[in-house]
Design a protein around this ligand. Structure first.
Ligand SMILES: [Zn+2]
Length: 172
């Protein structure tokens, strides 16, 4: 279902890794507290609603997909390649199975960092927007220049293509 509904997804990973699942069990999105998080996504890691009794009695696996898609209404899954399923665990995805696994490792790490941060300072604030933008855009923005991995630095053609698809994505 996720493959069908989320364009460009080549792999999905599901885990019950400890820290990510801790936040899922708390039914709490993981706040974006630092640049490690902002290197991968520019918002809190979202958390679905708890599954209803009716949905649980139905096709459970399909309903889990519905939960995730509901949570991603109005969100771009290519910008936010991970989600917490309330009371359950984590799902991540990527262009390939390898990238989906990488995102699962990243999610567990930022879940752990956020847990530690809030343990030290329960009121720790989210990273300021200028730092979120800096870190997210330099890896994922139209002019991404940092950590492009196997693709190397984006070519001019690739950058302009991304820019035009980014502008098409903008909502009124
Ligand atoms: Zn599970």
């Amino acid at each position: 279902m996720l493959f069908r509904e989320m364009r460009g997804i080549g792999g999905v990973v599901h885990t019950h890794s400890t820290y990510a699942t801790g936040w899922a069990q708390a039914a709490t999105p993981i706040p974006i507290l630092g640049t490690t998080h902002a290197d991968y996504l520019d918002e809190d890691v979202p958390c679905t609603e708890l599954m209803s009794a009716e949905a649980t009695a139905g096709d459970y696996e399909a309903e889990t997909g519905v939960q995730i898609l509901d949570c991603f209404r109005g969100r771009d899954p290519s910008r936010t390649p991970m989600v917490l399923v309330a009371g359950h665990g984590a799902f991540t995805w990527g262009k390939s199975a390898e990238q989906a696994v990488h995102h699962a490792v990243v999610l567990e790490e930022i879940a752990r960092m956020a847990f530690v941060t809030r343990a030290i300072a329960p009121a720790a604030a989210r990273l300021p927007v200028h730092l979120i933008r800096k870190h997210f855009e330099r890896k994922h923005g139209a002019d991404a220049y940092y950590g492009q991995g196997e693709q190397g630095r984006a070519s001019d053609a690739e950058r302009s293509r991304r820019r035009s698809s980014a502008s098409k994505r903008q909502r009124p």
